[in-house]
Design a protein around this ligand. Sequence first.
Ligand code: A2P
Length: 258
Amino acid sequence: MATYTTVTVTNVRHWSDKLFSFTTTREPGLRFENGQFIMVGLEVDGRRIVRAYSIASANHEDELEFYSIKVPDGPLTSRLKEIRAGETVLLSAKPTGTLVIRDLRAGKRLFLLSTGTGFAPFASLIKDPEVYDRFEQVILVRGARRITDLAYGDAIVERVRQDPYIGDLVRAQLLDYPTVTREPHVHNGRVTAVLESGQLSTDLGIAPLDRSTDRVMICGSKAMLQDCCELLNVRGFEISARVGSPGDYVIERAFVDS
Ligand code: A2P
């Protein structure tokens, strides 16, 4: 059986009636690669309820951060959303996952495609200096239904832009493209649609997707992953077949759905 440790919640922030984030203490021995996930949970009536969560903090940070939806009647999130600073959550011992930059071939531009809470692993990756070392430009695409759903990502992007250590790199190399599907916004349309139509490259003033220069990481719903994979496959991109085998792109589901 998997080993679990108990960590203490240090802060909780509610971004909307559907989304919240929280930070916890970090065991000094916990090692992870930016972009990986870990099992997070609670003990309820003597039973452990756990789900996979991408780690939204970077591996150089002292605390762990997680970003979650609130599923009405969801066995875990309906309870987890009530958590307060000072209370504890369970954490599995071994982070894992496929959204790691070492599984990408060398390239010039890195596209980070996300919808909903699929932004979480990218919150970690955009704080990683190695990402800016390996890629000249990082294009972060954040799809959401409504403007309020973008608030957490907006705050993270602003924070990394202002960061005293990495802010210069971020301001020079990171392009942020929040796009909304169910109300008017600066950018509108699904992640797949804005890539396919060329709207994203027009808006950002950059060249369209190109396998010879671009690498891609994708995190979202099952349907979103499928559509993004199709879009990339027809353009000749090759997926990383497994951890340790580099490809042109890597994918991971945004897990928390109950
Ligand atoms: P839409 O409003 O057109 O469904 P959700 O909250 O359902 O996870 O959706 C988050 C965002 O992802 C929404 O903007 C949604 O657009 C979009 N989305 C849903 N399915 C797909 C898909 N197959 N490909 C790309 N974007 C998608």
